[in-house]
Design a protein. Sequence first.
Length: 465
Amino acid sequence: MLDTRTIVQRFLDTRMQVHPDVVRYLAEQDDPRLIEKIIESLPDDTIVVSVKHIPGIVPDRDGSRFAADPRCDVVKGSNGTSGHSGTITDYVHYFRDRYNRLGTIIRSRCTPVPIEGLLRNSRYRQETCTVMGLVTETRSTTNGHRMAELEDPSGSLPVLFHKERPVFSDGENLIPDEVIGVRGTLSGDGRLFFAEQVLRPDVPINHAPFVSNEPGSAILISDIHVGSDTFLEDAWNRFAGWLDDSEVSYLLIAGDLVDGIGIYPGQESELTIANIYEQYDVLGTMLSDLPSRIVIVASPGNHDVVRVAEPQPAIPGEFTGTFPKNCMFVENPALVSLQGVRVQMYHGRSIDDLISLIPGAKYEDAAPMMTGMLQRRHLAPTYGKRTPIAPSREDHLVIDPVPEVLHTGHIHIMGVSDYRGTLCVNAGTWQSQTSFQKQMNIHPTPARAVQLDLQTLKPVVLDFN
């Protein structure tokens, strides 16, 4: 079996560096001849071997797109589509749906053996094979290795990630309830599976983002927090004035439209508007003052008036009387198509959980968490932490299809990155530092907006401070 060190060293021997995506792809293929084929076909001036140098890899867009009528279309997350929260027994169906949908993606790249069949059939002992399942537990051993418990519908299996092997870093980054495949060998006594490689649902290596064939521009923002005494009204007015003179067609707001009531202890002392209806009335008036040509798409967050368990319903009609007719209310999460460009809107509550679970993660840099969502093809992989998830027979938090843009908020810190052709935007906030953030030493980047050209997917960060 090819390990990552062998792959990297082979390219270093030819005085070239190699992109991590290429390393992962070659490890999955487990074919030394493919490495030599790539080296033989490289142009003489190559310094870094990238995905484009892999023979047979053709950029692939996810299906045909047609000009929508209206041009802004809600693909997933329309008002009322998530349904009512079920009973606790629906969690069985919820996780089974997650396992089946993400497992289908993993099976397209390998042929996993059911855990029960692996344990019962002696021919698999010390023979390389792949298993697939839901991670139910992760821990460190007394010797410094990582251990994970993997479960599929047929049984469970302890998996060891040896600290001296390249796969150890993958073991460190495993989080509970994600669906993975693991390639490796079963011990002679059948009690332990030794991991050699982790396979995630992930964004395909040949993913090519769709771009609009017509001019169009979208603005991505989040966390307005109307009603808070730290809401930046002057900055918002500058933003509104800029929109008047712009050619922007769409405005997407990823949650926390208002500051809410009773969200945290002592909040009432930090509110300028202490009535939840009035908070939405003021926001509706603010959005009504924006150009009517702009289609506004608004989703809720954990400060909004809907349930906190995800998926969150859209803002109810009883709170939207002052909002303009050009405003669309969607659920959290929601997948929106702008002239064929798919934007996955998600407020981002699970970023709190990912920061606590991924080594080295921090609030100042949202990129690893957003990349982690895309690699796991799930917006909130772990159950039972700070992100409440509603019981349902369907997992609405699975990322499928792959979007062109992942748009989040929640942490109040602007961040823009790219992962395998998907643009990741955390849109910051319109609220200055709160007393809670001072206690946590979190420094927000307020009054920012990201302008997105739908023909190029090139983002521009605008600062209205």
